[in-house]
Design a binder for this molecule. Structure first.
Ligand code: UDX
Length: 443
């Protein structure tokens, strides 16, 4: 099939490349000319395992192309995905200006029946606004062209986006049009060959499903972080508790890992946007507010643990392993490392950091003066960061940090303090080796 995808951010690029990999003819459109030039050359602006190879293959086979010219791309297809950003507005609600600008441009150039697909995460009711924006342009032109607006939210995890797209748990298609449903069903038929993954529902139901899924996962994490903090106070090991409750099939093991707070481009933004949606209809979303509040507080837990062990931080050196909001990505959006590092720097500590992928992306999160004045030091190797540091704080659980040479760490760390923000180390072993170890909610 011929598809146009507007927006070559994370979602648009992964979707476009994967649709092309399934044999579809895909044109990716973006207003950023420099980015389009880079993409044409196969240069991927984000780090996502496996994505570069899929993009390269698509370009080579002539199935994937990039342009800034939406009207031109529209002449070649009749399915348009809107995958542009929905940044949080000042009040935390999703800002639809980019989505609606694309809708208007589609309306200005539509010449035959088309399916317009909302792929961006957008508040309930957005499909109606997109429909109105397109219809208003058609009315201005005085033409009568049929079209349908469909909601088809994505559930991609960063670091596993290509495999999530290729092997989805489910494909949600929100539409009240049989015609559009049939087009979408055909487009996705190869992704659900063995099991029927496609679920049809109303447009608003699909829009809410996306928010509810992310809010549910964020709730599990905040709940577990709350339990972990309580375990800290009550002298209980949360890891025992996690195993104990995860074995209940109604609860399950996934997304109950306590830590230093969730980050990324989705959970914080989507929980906030859902709260704003509730506010707009005068619904008091008590639980969602608490989920967000717990998460904001959780990002401060590591810094207070460091202070508790080291006291005055002025003149101390802290090593930080991991900057990205999770392993497998260079994404720094809402990363707990930002809150930790900024508070260590503000307290006068020298901070030595390492991350396998996010060193470059992280630089814009910290005031340049800290690097210039040598208070924030980027290290090429994680053991360079721990050299002569007082304490190590593990923030992101990259594989290469999981089994470090603890003898070497012991000889490097002046105060032998390890703060484990992801509970990946064995407290007993470390205590026997003479470390002062503290995880999140571990006795
Ligand atoms: C998430 C959703 O999983 C995905 O379906 C949606 O499309 C976008 O948002 P992503 O943001 O890539 O994906 O990351 P995810 O792997 O879900 O992790 C989010 C955050 O939660 C990370 O900061 C992670 O460290 C944290 N987390 C996750 C925990 O603290 N504990 C857990 O048990 C799981």
């Amino acid at each position: 099939m011929n598809i146009t995808i507007v927006g070559t951010g994370y979602v648009g690029l992964v979707s476009g490349a994967c649709f092309a990999d399934m044999g579809n003819q895909v044109t990716c459109v973006d207003v950023d000319a420099a980015k389009i030039e880079r993409l044409r050359a196969g240069d991927i602006p984000i780090y996502e395992p496996g994505l570069a190879a899929v993009v390269e293959r698509g370009i080579k086979l002539g199935l994937l192309s990039f342009t800034t010219d939406l009207p031109q791309a529209m002449t070649q297809s009749s399915i348009y995905f809107i995958a542009v950003g929905t940044p949080p507005g000042e009040d935390g609600s999703a800002d639809l200006k980019y989505v609606l600008a694309v809708a208007r441009e589609i309306g200005q150039n539509l010449n035959e029946y088309a399916v317009i697909v909302d792929k961006s995460t957008v508040p309930v009711g957005t499909a109606d606004k997109v429909r109105e924006a397109i219809q208003a342009e058609l009315d201005l032109r005085g033409v009568d062209i049929p079209f349908d607006v469909v909601s088809n939210p994505e559930f991609l995890k960063e670091g596993a986006a290509v495999s999530d797209f290729m092997k989805p748990d489910r494909i949600i298609i929100g539409t009240d049009s049989e015609r559009a449903g049939a087009v979408m069903g055909e487009l996705y038929q190869d992704f659900s060959r063995n099991h029927d993954k496609v679920m049809y529902m109303g447009v608003r139901d699909a829009e809410m499903t996306k928010y509810a899924a992310n809010a549910m996962l964020a709730t599990k994490i905040s709940f577990m972080n709350e339990i972990a903090n309580l375990c800290d106070a009550l002298d209980v090991d949360v890891e025992e508790v996690r195993h104990g409750i995860g074995s209940d099939s109604r609860i399950g093991y996934s997304f109950i890992y306590p830590g230093c707070g969730y980050g990324g481009s989705c959970f914080p933004k989507d929980v906030q946007a859902l709260v704003r949606m509730a506010d707009n209809v005068k619904f008091d979303a008590k639980l969602l507010n608490a989920v967000e509040e717990r998460n904001i507080a959780q990002k401060h837990v590591l810094a207070s643990k460091v202070t508790r062990h080291l006291g005055e931080l002025n003149g101390k050196t802290i090593a930080v392993w991991g900057l990205a909001f999770k392993p497998g990505t260079d994404d720094m959006r809402e990363a707990p490392s930002i809150v930790l590092i900024n508070s260590l720097l503000a307290a006068g500590a020298t901070v030595k950091v390492h991350d396998p992928e996010a060193m470059t992306t992280s630089k814009r999160e910290f005031a340049p003066k800290f690097v210039e004045e040598g208070q924030l030091i980027y290290c090429d190797h994680h053991f360079d960061a721990t050299e002569d540091a007082d304490a190590l704080v593990l923030v992101t659980e990259w594989k290469q940090y999981r089994q470090p040479d603890f003898d070497k760490l012991k000889s490097q760390l002046r105060a032998s303090v390890i703060i484990d923000g992801r509970n990946i180390y064995n407290p007993e072993k470390l205590k026997q080796m003479g470390f002062v170890y503290e995880g999140i909610g571990r006795r």
